[in-house]
Ligand binder design. Structure first.
Ligand code: ARG
Length: 260
């Protein structure tokens, strides 16, 4: 009887050990897979329109600028791999809505209308809509824009406000600010309404242009996200807060915008 008990106990112990061993190696297997996934970083796909210096523009085959560098700093903080897609400005929001891109970052102004389609992060910069004119222009104030030919970049806030205030028939839309500025130089439009920092770049690059003293509209720039992806937006906001607090955002801005 005793002997029988002993054998039974041994069998139970052995079985138990086999089971424990199996469980152990299974665990180990699970761990290996987890380690492998953390090595291949999750990608963060950012849509932009890289025709908007100093926020985003091409330098050789790279996209650089304030937005590109802030986005890289955010991705680094989140342990993600940043991938920038250069698209038309007016396809950024639809692409974010369709989940083609994880976020849109393009010196993009927060507006109530856009908020109906996407969510916006905390703001990381301010913009001002200004008017570029020829040095010898008779346009002296915003009200002089009445009846003038106004050039804008399609679907930007400059386009939206100018269309509202001065009528569709007076607005000429271009794919980007550089093209609108070329049209001004060529005398095809009387002015260009665009954000202040790109405006300064265009005026510097083309002789005979200046920025009208009075600014048009002041705005906040933020990153847009699909309405369902609040998890990513919250993570980005967390990273952004730290990067603002530790001075990283300011040093990136200062690198591209020199006080003048
Ligand atoms: N701030 C303006 C807007 O949100 C213009 C932005 C244009 N950005 C660009 N990357 N082209 O409508």
């Amino acid at each position: 009887m005793k002997k029988f008990l002993c054998i039974a106990l041994a069998v139970v112990l052995t079985l138990g050990m086999v089971a424990a061993f199996a469980a152990c190696s299974k665990d180990k297997g699970g761990e290996t897979t987890a380690a492998a996934t953390t090595e291949t970083k999750e990608t963060l796909v950012m849509a932009t329109n890289a025709e908007f210096p100093p926020y985003e523009f091409h330098e050789g085959d790279k996209i650089v600028g304030i937005d590109a560098e802030i986005a890289q700093a955010i991705a680094d903080k989140l342990g993600m791999e940043l991938k920038i897609e250069d698209v038309q400005f007016d396809s950024i929001i639809p692409g974010v809505q369709a989940k083609k891109y994880d976020m849109g970052m393009a010196g993009m102004t927060v507006t109530d209308e856009r908020k109906e389609s996407v969510n916006f992060s905390d703001s990381y910069a301010k913009g001002v809509q200004v008017v570029i004119i020829k040095e010898d222009s008779d346009i002296k104030s915003i009200k002089d824009l009445e009846g003038k030919k106004i050039g804008v970049q399609t679907s930007t806030t400059g386009d939206i406000y100018a269309t509202d205030d001065f009528g569709e028939e007076n607005i000429t839309k271009f794919d980007n600010g550089a093209m609108a500025t070329q049209a001004l130089v060529a005398g095809k439009v009387d002015c260009v309404i665009i954000d202040n920092e790109p405006a300064k770049n265009y005026v510097k690059a083309n002789a005979g242009l200046k920025i009208l003293e009075t600014s048009y509209v002041e705005e906040d720039y933020a990153i847009c996200f699909n309405k369902e992806n609040t998890e990513l937006m919250n993570k980005v906001n967390g990273a952004l807060k730290e990067l603002i607090a530790d001075g990283t955002v300011k040093s990136i801005v200062d690198k591209y915008i020199k006080a003048d």
